[in-house]
Design a protein around this ligand. Structure first.
Ligand SMILES: NC(=O)c1ccc[n+]([C@@H]2O[C@H](COP(=O)([O-])OP(=O)(O)OC[C@H]3O[C@@H](n4cnc5c(N)ncnc54)[C@H](OP(=O)(O)O)[C@@H]3O)[C@@H](O)[C@H]2O)c1
Length: 347
C-alpha cells in the first residue's frame, strides 16, 4: 500500500508512523504532509528519515490510503482531491462523522461498516474516526451492550492535554515549570491556566442546552456507532493536567436485570482490545501512567450502583492518541483494505 499521512508533525500524526510500523501494515511507500511551516523537517520511519512536505491537492496521486489528522478545515478542503485520486480517506477530524453514508468505525465494534466506505462498494471513499472520548467509552461498553442493551450512560471524563494537540502538551509542561518557579504564565493555546488546575472541556458551548461539543459528540457518535438511536447519554467532559491518556467514570444503566458485576467482568476479560486491570486489595486501578503508550483500553472498578436498579459504575482509561486516534484509524484501514484486524502489538 502507498500511504500518505496528513498532519504528520502533529500529536496524532507522529503516532501514525509508530502504529503502522508496530502493526506491520504493508507499506511500499509512505509520504508525510503538513503545512508550509514544517515542510522540510524529517521524521523517522523504519530506521530512515522521511521528509515532510507541504500538503497540496496533488499529494494523493498514486496513493492508496490517506490518514488525515490536520483538523476539520484541512479534511474538508482536501477530501475531494483525495477521493478523486482513488485514495481511501480515514479522517480523524469531526468533519464527516455524522454525514449519512460515511461510516463511523471502531473496528472491534462495527468492523463491517469500514468496507462500505470503499468506492468500489458504492461508498463515498471516506471513513470517519470517532471522537477519542467516545471510542474509549464504547470499547468498554459495546461488549456489555451486546449482551444486555444499555439504556442510559452518564459519563464524567478526565481528559489529557494531548487531546488538544501538540501545542497544548507544551503549554502544560511550560505552564507547570513556570508555576513551580513562581513566574506568570498567561495561557495561549487553552483558555485557562492548566498547571495544578482543571476545567470543563473548552469546545464550544451550545447556549441553548449548556452542553459543550465534546459532550454532544459522546451522545451522537455513540448512537451512530452502536446503531441505537434510543440510548440516552449525558456527561461532563473535563480537561485535567495529564499529558496523555483519558480516564472516564461511566455510570451505565441497563435495560433489564440481566447484567451483574461478575458477568460484566467475565465479558470484558474476553473482549478484544480491552484489559481488566485492578487489584482491589491494594486499591490499585488503571491510571494514565499505566496506560499511556498502550493499545488496549483498560477497565476496572466495576460495581453495582447502590442508588438505582440495573445500573453499574465502570472506570475506563485509554490512550487517546492511540485507540482514540492513530491506532483506531489504522485499524479502520486494515479492516477496509486488508479485510482483517491485526492483533494489538502493545496491549
Ligand atoms: N489529539 C488527540 O487526542 C486527537 C484525538 C482524536 C482526533 N484528533 C483530531 O486529529 C486532528 C489533529 O489533532 P492533533 O492533536 O494531532 O493536532 P496538532 O498536534 O495540533 O497537529 C496538527 C497537524 O496538522 C497540520 N496542519 C495544520 N495546518 C495545516 C495545513 N494548512 N496544511 C497541512 N497540514 C496542516 C500540522 O502541521 P504543522 O506542523 O505544519 O503545523 C500538524 O501536523 C484534529 O482534527 C483533532 O480533532 C485528535
Amino acid at each position: 500500500m502507498k500511504v500518505a499521512i496528513i498532519g504528520a508533525t502533529g500529536a496524532v500524526g507522529v503516532e501514525f508512523m509508530q502504529v503502522l510500523e508496530r502493526r506491520k501494515f504493508p507499506i511500499t511507500e509512505l509520504t508525510l504532509w503538513a503545512s508550509k511551516r514544517s515542510a522540510g523537517t524529517t521524521l523517522p520511519f523504519k530506521g530512515k528519515d522521511l521528509t515532510v512536505r507541504e500538503l497540496t491537492k496533488d499529494s494523493f496521486k498514486g496513493m492508496d490510503l490517506a490518514l488525515f489528522s490536520a483538523g476539520s478545515k484541512i479534511s474538508k478542503d482536501f477530501r475531494e482531491a483525495c477521493v478523486a485520486a482513488k485514495c481511501l480517506m480515514v479522517d480523524n477530524s469531526s468533519a464527516f462523522r455524522m454525514e449519512e453514508g460515511v461510516p463511523l468505525v471502531v473496528p472491534e465494534i462495527n468492523p463491517t461498516e469500514a468496507a462500505k466506505a470503499l468506492v468500489k462498494n458504492g461508498g463515498k471513499g471516506v471513513i470517519a474516526n470517532p471522537n477519542c472520548t467516545t471510542i474509549i467509552a464504547l470499547m468498554a461498553l459495546a461488549p456489555l451492550h451486546r449482551v444486555v442493551p444499555i439504556k442510559r450512560l452518564v459519563a464524567a471524563t478526565y481528559q489529557a492535554a494531548s487531546g488538544a494537540g501538540h501545542a497544548a502538551m507544551v503549554e502544560l509542561e511550560e505552564g507547570t515549570r513556570a508555576y513551580l518557579e513562581g513566574k506568570p504564565f498567561p495561557p495561549k493555546v487553552l483558555p485557562h491556566p492548566y498547571a495544578f488546575n482543571l476545567f470543563p472541556h473548552n469546545s464550544p458551548f451550545d447556549p441553548a442546552t449548556g452542553y459543550c461539543e465534546e459532550e454532544v459528540k459522546l451522545l451522537k457518535e455513540s448512537r451512530k456507532i452502536l446503531s441505537d438511536q434510543q440510548i440516552r447519554v449525558t456527561g461532563t467532559c473535563v480537561r485535567v493536567p495529564v499529558l496523555r491518556t483519558h480516564a472516564e467514570a461511566l455510570n451505565v444503566e441497563f435495560s433489564d436485570s440481566g447484567m451483574s458485576v461478575e458477568r460484566a467482568y467475565e465479558i470484558l476479560k474476553k473482549a478484544v482490545g480491552v484489559t481488566v486491570l485492578e487489584d482491589r486489595a491494594k486499591n490499585r486501578w488503571a491510571m494514565p501512567v499505566d496506560v499511556a503508550g498502550h493499545d488496549n483500553v483498560y477497565v476496572g472498578r466495576i460495581r453495582k450502583d447502590q442508588s438505582q436498579d440495573n445500573t453499574f459504575d465502570v472506570w475506563v482509561v485509554g490512550d487517546q492518541l492511540l485507540k482514540g486516534a492513530a491506532l483506531n484509524a489504522v485499524q479502520c484501514a486494515e479492516v477496509a483494505l486488508l479485510g482483517k484486524l491485526a492483533p494489538n502489538a502493545n496491549p
